[in-house]
Design a protein around this ligand. Structure first.
Ligand SMILES: [Zn+2]
Length: 211
């Protein structure tokens, strides 16, 4: 084996295709290049053109929007001369007061806590990687991001709110507050940040290897 061949072999990493489980030895990818599974054609890894700046920009925007979403009113109801304005966290406490404790805990966990933890984790992971710093704890944050990413149900919650909105609108006047739109924009930004986060590329960056 030549020295070049040995180097190439050392630089490759076995990556499993998420669709068909085929193990593919993946070498460094050029910026903008994608690697596809030779068996099923699924994209296994992609090297983003702008590195990790794009997901970081989306995650920072998501953090600001989530803060706004927790400050302003989310929904307002008007019926029979009564008006009730509700913030995002109050939706969980209202369910609790109403006796639906499990539902209140689920709403608080998946709508308030999980999106906040996920956004903070993405930022904590990307800021050191973008600025070229490597810390041992980045591996734990990386694992956390890829494990809890699919469990953030912000977009499912928004669809649920819209369905309820249409149903309740027949009985009461309902207004979507600034927090709803901030939460909507937050969902878009967080989804965009996670979509731009290539698992293979991020792990190579954490390990200090070239993508
Ligand atoms: Zn495959």
């Amino acid at each position: 084996m030549t020295a070049d061949a040995a180097q190439t072999r050392a630089a490759t990493t076995p990556v499993a295709c998420l669709e068909c489980d085929l193990l593919v030895d993946l070498g460094p990818l050029a910026p903008g290049q994608r690697a596809q599974c030779p068996r099923c054609g699924t994209t296994i890894a992609a090297s983003p053109k702008q590195g990790l700046h794009r997901p970081l920009a989306f995650a920072l925007a998501a953090a600001v929007l989530l803060m706004l979403a927790n400050v302003y009113p989310f929904l307002a109801f008007k019926a029979s001369g009564l008006e009730r304005v509700m913030t995002l966290t109050e939706s969980a406490s209202a369910l609790y007061d109403d006796g639906s404790r499990v539902l209140a805990a689920l709403v608080l966990t998946f709508i308030v806590i999980a999106p906040a933890v996920l956004t903070a984790s993405v930022i904590a992971l990307l800021v050191p990687l973008v600025t070229g710093r490597r810390y041992p704890w980045l591996r734990h944050i990386g694992r956390l991001v890829f494990v809890i990413g699919p469990w953030s149900m912000a977009e499912v919650f928004l669809i649920g709110v819209l369905v309820s909105f249409i149903k309740i609108a027949k009985m009461a006047t309902m207004l979507l507050g600034p927090s709803f739109w901030a939460f909507f924009a937050f969902t878009v930004c967080l989804t965009a940040a996670l979509a731009a986060l290539d698992r293979h590329y991020v792990w190579n960056a954490i390990e200090g290897r070239d993508a």
